[in-house]
Design a binder for this molecule. Structure first.
Ligand code: AMP
Length: 284
């Protein structure tokens, strides 16, 4: 595996690969890798000849007062994990090269970026789409893989690629969970042992919602109330939002249809966790 830290070198590598007709797959990450990230790497491996994993804690997607500085970074361990997965390139650009002091340009998917995570994190998705388009232009992959863990981000990236006619295929990969249902996330490391136990409440409440739908409850307000009851039954959580949406357009629904998505954000102590799940209603 090669570790590339300069944009020019990454471009040269990609140019050579493309000249050899290799299909390049890209997996963008913030690092501090876990099995969720590695599942994306495996998916990229299945469909590409060469795999590039980028590691970059992107400052433009963190708001003021958020955890940019304390975000966990463990490069040596990350590189070992990627080496084990037979990744071809770990691309680790510097902040200075990605965002020189006079940096000015941003890309935003307007409407999709405003709701849900976008309303508590203004500017977050603008930062995500900006760094993703930069990475796509630098690495020039044929395919890029994103996790369903960040469902709103996935929909936004797909829309950006469609709207800007970027000739790259966006693939998605399912959420990898701990045994007790907590979605794997680099931020889980902020949880103390008691909070960690309570953190399963996101998954538990979504599973309960599915059970209730199976029993015939399809009214979203009623389902949300039941979910909030479960969440507030535990000690540390504070619900930021729970929404039931159309999977492609992220439009809110009032009644659960054949296939919708629950999106949610809950604060456990000082840690903000997000999760989502497909929810299936009755076939009419
Ligand atoms: P991050 O480093 O958190 O920006 O994540 C990088 C990529 O990994 C994103 O596409 C995430 O959606 C994906 N990802 C993070 N956690 C998981 C997980 N538990 N299961 C599947 N994909 C994940």
């Amino acid at each position: 595996m090669r570790t590339i830290r300069e944009i020019k070198k990454q471009r040269e590598w990609s140019k050579e690969e493309r000249a050899n007709n290799s299909i390049i797959g890209l997996v963008p990450t913030l690092g501090f890798l876990h099995k969720g990230h590695l599942s994306l790497v495996r998916k990229a491996r299945e469909v590409s000849d060469s795999v590039v994993v980028s590691i970059f804690v992107n400052p433009t997607q963190f708001g003021p007062g958020e955890d940019y500085k304390e975000y966990p970074r463990e490069e040596v361990r990350d590189l070992q994990l990627l080496e084990n997965e037979e990744v071809d390139v770990a691309f680790i650009p510097s902040r200075e090269e990605m965002y020189p002091e006079d940096y000015e340009t941003y890309v935003a998917v307007e409407k999709f970026s405003k709701n849900y995570c976008g309303s508590s994190r203004p500017g977050h998705f603008r930062g995500v789409t900006t760094v993703v388009i930069k990475l796509l232009l630098i690495v020039q992959p044929d395919i890029a893989v994103f996790g369903e863990k960040d469902y709103q981000q996935l929909v936004i990236v797909k829309r950006m690629v469609r709207d800007l006619n970027i000739p790259i295929q966006i693939l998605s990969s399912p959420i990898v969970r701990e045994r007790d249902g907590l979605a794997m996330s680099s931020r889980n490391r902020y949880l103390n042992p008691e909070e960690r136990k309570n953190a399963t409440v996101l998954y538990d409440s979504m599973k309960e919602a599915q059970q209730l739908v199976n029993k015939g409850m399809t009214d979203v307000d009623a389902l949300k109330k039941e979910m909030i009851k479960i969440i507030e039954g535990r000690k540390h959580p504070r619900v930021e939002y729970i929404e039931f949406v159309e999977p492609e357009t992220l439009k809110r629904v009032k009644k659960v249809g054949v296939s919708n998505r629950i999106l949610m954000a809950v604060h456990i102590g000082r840690t903000r966790l997000i999760d989502n799940m497909e929810i299936r209603g009755q076939v009419e």
